[in-house]
Design a protein around this ligand. Structure first.
Ligand SMILES: [Zn+2]
Length: 168
């Protein structure tokens, strides 16, 4: 059954319980590195339920030959399976780069209260840049976010990958 109720319980970003954590982003960074090792665009994601890591994934579009195999979507599927619930209320998604429109849509559908990313993508970002899906009044859920968290580390993996691509 579809749940069309509007979710109004956004986390208060000033609440220290929702403060992004470096060790949580590092789980996403490790996944991004795995993607880079496999010549995938190096984007990694991790989902935490409190302090429990319940999902971690990296972009696998080339490996799986699946245009939807983005890190965030794979992680959301894993997290839902781990919790036995498609509603990921109480979870925080960490991703090294701003979600694309598909992933931002999946974040909304999963009712994630909070998304944290490193590198913002002004060209194609679906969360708050090019499209503002995470806080769009037309959606029945809104997701709080923190952009630019550990941006330097997240950008280093991405730019290293594209540099290597250009020189090969
Ligand atoms: Zn995506």
């Amino acid at each position: 059954m579809q749940d069309d109720s509007f979710s109004t319980t956004l986390p208060d970003p000033r609440d220290p319980a929702w403060e992004p954590r470096a060790d949580h982003m590092r789980a996403a960074l490790r996944q991004a590195q795995r993607a880079a090792d496999q010549k995938e665009v190096p984007i990694g994601a991790a989902i935490y339920f409190g302090n429990r890591l319940i999902a971690q994934a990296y972009n696998q579009v080339e490996t799986l030959k699946d245009p939807t195999a983005h890190a965030e979507v794979i992680a959301i599927t894993q997290a839902a399976s781990a919790l036995g619930d498609w509603r990921l209320t109480g979870c925080v998604l960490y991703v090294t780069k701003e979600p694309c429109p598909m992933c931002a849509g999946a974040i909304i559908l999963a009712r994630l209260p909070m998304a944290v990313w490193g590198v913002t993508d002004p060209q194609r970002g679906g969360a708050v840049s090019r499209f503002q899906i995470l806080q769009n009044p037309a959606m029945n859920h809104r997701t709080e976010f923190r952009a630019g968290f550990m941006e330097e580390e997240c950008r280093t993996i991405l730019s290293g990958f594209f540099k290597e691509l250009r020189s090969s």
